[in-house]
Design a protein around this ligand. Structure first.
Ligand SMILES: C[S@@+](CC[C@H](N)C(=O)[O-])C[C@H]1O[C@@H](n2cnc3c(N)ncnc32)[C@H](O)[C@@H]1O
Length: 163
């Protein structure tokens, strides 16, 4: 699995996130992408991964069984019959303001989408974890949430030296 800067696939980051999860039977990961956390956490009895991107869903592979849902996770969160013990982990696209490139993704996820997502997540009766870079928007809408900062070291390519 590759690890780009900010990717949850780096060991320190994925371990920190998995370590924060409580015991659960069903695990739900929205914005699955390549599923860095899904692939690294111990399997639950039932695991569900949701992504809007057909390619992510089609190419996803994991050592344990995952029910894949191709579609908008907002719709999924609105319809799924949550019970108290199903944790949700969300890793939505970065806010524009926290990104180096201002180029829009095909499935653009703007501030309104982030706010809508928080609305869904806040209403859930289960534990919820969300990853993101620090931002004024998150400071405001997640003001009363427990937050954990994890420092990720930027990897540099090994340098070649000439004799
Ligand atoms: C930051 S990436 C997730 C990276 C992922 N944690 C990983 O390990 O690869 C964000 C993902 O959110 C997905 N996405 C964007 N809008 C979505 C939506 N409304 N519902 C579900 N997935 C969405 C994108 O397709 C993308 O795969």
């Amino acid at each position: 699995m590759g690890a780009w800067y900010g990717s949850k696939a780096t060991m320190g980051l994925s371990q920190a996130i998995v370590g924060l999860m409580r015991h659960h039977d069903t695990y739900i990961e929205t914005h699955l992408g390549a599923g860095a956390i899904m692939k690294r956490k111990p399997p639950a009895l039932r695991s569900i991964g949701i992504d809007l991107n057909a390619w992510s869903i089609r190419t996803f592979c994991c050592d344990h069984k995952v029910e894949l849902v191709h579609g908008c996770c907002h719709r999924f969160l609105a319809d799924y019959p949550f019970e108290g013990s199903d944790p949700v982990y969300s890793d939505p696209p970065c806010l524009m303001i926290t990104r180096k490139s201002q180029r829009r993704y095909r499935n653009h996820y703007g501030e309104a989408d982030h706010e809508a997502l928080q609305g869904f997540l806040r209403g859930l009766p289960c534990s919820v974890m969300i990853s993101g870079y620090p931002s004024a928007l998150y400071d405001r809408i997640l003001e009363d949430w427990h937050s954990v900062s994890v420092q990720q070291l930027r990897r540099t390519k090994p340098r070649r030296t000439r004799d």
